[in-house]
Write a protein that binds this ligand. Structure first.
Ligand SMILES: [Zn+2]
Length: 202
């Protein structure tokens, strides 16, 4: 863990990407609302460096998305690498993007314009090992973000990409899949959560 939950959020220039590791529930940082970061061209290099390390951690895990609070940084930033041929994308017949174009870094992302009736899909989380449950989300979403070059971009996604964006954006508000699961799923995973809580106390 790169910094204690009660210490102030470190500025990007003070973060050593090599020290970043994935933190697990119930780490406090996962429940905090993350802060926007200065994505000015002059300030963006250390942010991108942390993002690159997060991409590596996400791939090693392996996962398709990872948010900064999951590596102990209370920043509004997440990364994703959603393959077009993921089986969860195969039934999507849409002109809207369902996958990333390789690994992507999203800085200060803002979601808007959810479209369509909410759909259930099973989700997991790299900060909740072994925990899976159905989560309902709108199938299509728009996101504005700053990319690794410092450009502000607005894009629309559906399928697994829209699912991933919403899951990761939740992390920036301290929201976990536990909070969005159905009651039966929450009961089913209770023992797994207790195990994670006990592992943190040890
Ligand atoms: Zn997650």
């Amino acid at each position: 863990m790169p910094h204690k939950p009660d210490t102030p959020n470190p500025p990007p220039a003070d973060v050593d990407p090599a020290m970043l590791t994935i933190v697990h529930y119930p780490a406090d940082v996962l429940r905090r609302k993350a802060a926007n970061i200065d994505a000015d061209p002059a300030a963006i290099a250390p942010i991108v460096a942390a993002g690159e390390k997060m991409i590596q951690l996400m791939r090693d895990a392996p996962g398709i998305g990872l948010a900064a609070p999951q590596v102990g940084l209370s920043w509004r930033l997440f990364v994703a690498d959603v393959p077009a041929d993921d089986e969860r994308n195969l039934d999507t017949d849409s002109a809207i993007q369902t996958a990333t174009d390789g690994p992507e870094i999203y800085i200060n992302p803002v979601l808007s314009r959810p479209q369509g009736d909410r759909e259930f899909m099973e989700e997991g989380c790299l900060s909740l090992p072994g925990v899976f449950g159905d989560v309902a989300r709108p199938p299509t979403i728009t996101m504005a973000y700053t990319d690794r070059n410092g450009d502000r971009i607005t894009r629309k996604a559906t399928g697994l990409l829209a699912r991933c964006w919403q899951h990761e954006a939740d992390h920036l508000d301290g929201v976990l899949i536990l909070d969005r699961m159905t009651k039966p799923d929450r009961l089913r995973i209770r023992t797994k959560l207790e195990k994670l809580e006990n592992a943190a106390i040890k």
